[in-house]
Design a binder for this molecule. Sequence first.
Ligand SMILES: C[S@@+](CC[C@H](N)C(=O)[O-])C[C@H]1O[C@@H](n2cnc3c(N)ncnc32)[C@H](O)[C@@H]1O
Length: 362
Amino acid sequence: MKKARPPGPRLLNARARGIATLYSLFLSPYPAPAVMFSDDTDYFDSYSGAEVHRMMLGDRVRTEAYRDAIEAVVKPGMVVLDVGAGTGILSFFAARAGAAKVYAVDNSDILDTTRELAQANGFGDIIECIDGCAEDIQLPQKVDIIVSEWMGLYALTEAMFESVVAATHKHLRLDGQVIPAALSLHLVPIRDDKLYHEHGLGFWQNDMYGFDYSAMVGHEICDLETNTVDGSHAKALGRGAVVALFDAYTTPAESYWFKTEFTLEVDCDGPCHGFLGHFDARLSEEVMLSTSHELPLTHWRQSWFPLQERELRCGDRLEIKFRAQRDQVVDSRKPVYFLEGQVLRAEEVVDEFHYCYHSSYA
Ligand SMILES: C[S@@+](CC[C@H](N)C(=O)[O-])C[C@H]1O[C@@H](n2cnc3c(N)ncnc32)[C@H](O)[C@@H]1O
């Protein structure tokens, strides 16, 4: 939802995605096909308009969390690098906190306006706007702090973490600090009848103007997306799990594409409609930015990994294998997710599922 969807990759759709899935599932020991349609021009153009910035700046949970963290971490005289400055809001917080110099770097045309905004707010001497990719530019000095709001949907979409990791290696001084310092990804099993019947596979099981459309379930299952939803009405069927942990200082960029296995304990009876994914970002010692469905909604909302409805019982154990990998065919800034699970009831496997999900920008 966060950013306007780049037009190029969107045109491809189901067929190319099917090929991507086949490669991912069956041909992974062989070299993946070259990324065919990833054009970063589209990506950076999607940040040149006002609407996407309105959405981010209008997200007070997000922006105030960054403000509080920057005010806690940036001390007078420090040098700050803002990776992906956009309209410069994080740079402005840093300059207001007393930074001696802020490098506001972005590869989108929005930066022309950011320069004007910096002047208009009296930061023309402190904030230097630099066009380009943060990992490619040269700076005259190492910086004390790197700040970046790099998180796409379920954090991974857009794959901007790769640039932040590279920029950190290149520009941060040895004992410098990164905001956010760490990030965790979570999955929670949920029940949400309304979501399931309006936006999920349950839609096809509803009466369709007097016709039976249930065969569409099998069709849609081959082309699932992680829908971005407001999960605030969802009921958690268990505690959920942390599926990945990233540390800004030590996690290599390639580890953001991960594979994991975990067990979830179900603590109430009910139909399961899939999993809600969210991330928590530690912005400073005191400030955690959480996108959980149990907390105030952010513009990231939650990422829903829908399942075909299945009954769970209190005491069931879900043994899950979960993989996030780069989309090698359609858009290398997007993840493809693979979710496999077994439902264990009194040590017996009573149900199994295998799903693949593509992600969207919306
Ligand atoms: C999520 S927006 C954040 C904008 C702004 N920091 C804010 O908080 O409102 C990410 C920004 O990063 C920029 N960006 C993405 N990758 C970049 C890179 N490698 N170098 C510089 N800018 C980048 C995009 O153009 C976009 O403006």
